[in-house]
Design a protein around this ligand. Structure first.
Ligand SMILES: Nc1ncnc2c1ncn2[C@@H]1O[C@H](COP(=O)(O)OP(=O)(O)O)[C@@H](O)[C@H]1O
Ligand SMILES: [Mg+2]
Length: 265
């Protein structure tokens, strides 16, 4: 494991997404909230990057900016040569809640992004993805008939059905029980290995970050800054039982020591 503080770039690989000096101050009635301060990251093509940090350190703020869902106060985010100022067709986002519409069945929830864009749904890809995540045959079920894990699988299918090259995930498994979370972590690792998508994944669980990531961006509390970036060199595919091995626990402990535990002000 190696650490490298500050703005990170790898001269040998082109950045898939480039975050340059991202700063965000929310304007509220009681004044400005400085959520992100001068964050620069080069996200590599095809990497699994985890953003790790305590609650309130600006992780979602950064991800929402990367998705083009809100603007930065200063700085810039690029996908290739495109500056991100609004949602981009190559970037999909998955949230902690599956956000399925309760009055639509699974199939029509998954087709919703196509309806919004007035495009024909890619039924062949949807069928393949449903099978891949174990939801084949559930197309006619309604969200209330599905477990939380199944709903989150459906939201993964909905995001991948538009064939994005970048997947942004904001604590996607944070609301699931520990067993389902392990299953989902295995699934997302497999999908990532099969598809070569670039994934940026937010978590406040150090173990989840070490299990999933190629690199972990450790953020410090408000205003959100990068405190360090850690390479995770554990071989893949990583099995769940890896989490009880000394080499895994060693990495978790090392990162624990890097987290800034000062209370947010
Ligand atoms: N829309 C908003 N208006 C004002 N403050 C906000 C808003 N969204 C987030 N914040 C504040 O910005 C900081 C970072 O929030 P957030 O990005 O959600 O952190 P994280 O995802 O790491 O928990 C927090 O202090 C939060 O209260
Ligand atoms: Mg958040």
């Amino acid at each position: 494991m190696t650490n490298a503080a500050g703005a990170i770039s790898d001269a040998h690989m082109p950045a898939k997404m480039r975050i340059s000096q991202a700063t965000k101050i929310y304007q509220t009635k009681s004044g400005g909230v400085h959520a992100l301060d001068n964050v620069s990251i080069d996200v590599r093509e095809g990497e699994f990057l985890c953003l790790l940090g305590p609650s309130g350190c600006g992780k979602s703020t950064l991800l929402w900016s990367m998705a083009g869902l809100h603007g930065l106060t200063s700085g810039e985010i690029r996908l290739g040569s495109d500056v991100i100022t609004k949602p981009h067709p190559e970037i999909a986002m998955i949230f902690q809640e599956a956000n399925l519409l309760p009055w639509r069945n699974l199939g029509s929830n998954i087709e919703l992004p196509f309806e919004i864009k007035k495009q024909p749904p890619n039924r062949e890809l949807i069928k393949k993805l449903l099978k891949r995540v174990g939801l084949e045959g559930f197309e006619n079920k309604y969200p209330r008939e599905l477990s939380g894990g199944m709903q989150q699988r459906a939201s993964i299918v909905r995001s991948l059905a538009v064939d994005p090259s970048v997947l942004l995930m904001d604590e996607p498994f944070g609301a699931l029980d520990a067993f389902t979370r392990d299953e989902m972590n295995l699934l997302i690792q497999e999908i990532w290995m099969e598809t070569g998508k670039t994934i940026i994944f937010i978590t406040h669980s150090i173990a989840e970050a070490v299990f999933l990531a190629d690199r972990i961006v450790v953020m410090s509390a408000r205003p959100g800054r990068i405190s360090t970036i850690v390479d995770v060199d554990l071989p893949r595919p990583r099995p769940v039982k890896l989490q009880t091995t000394p080499e895994f626990l060693e990495r978790v402990e090392a990162i624990k020591g890097m987290i800034d535990h000062r209370p947010a002000t």
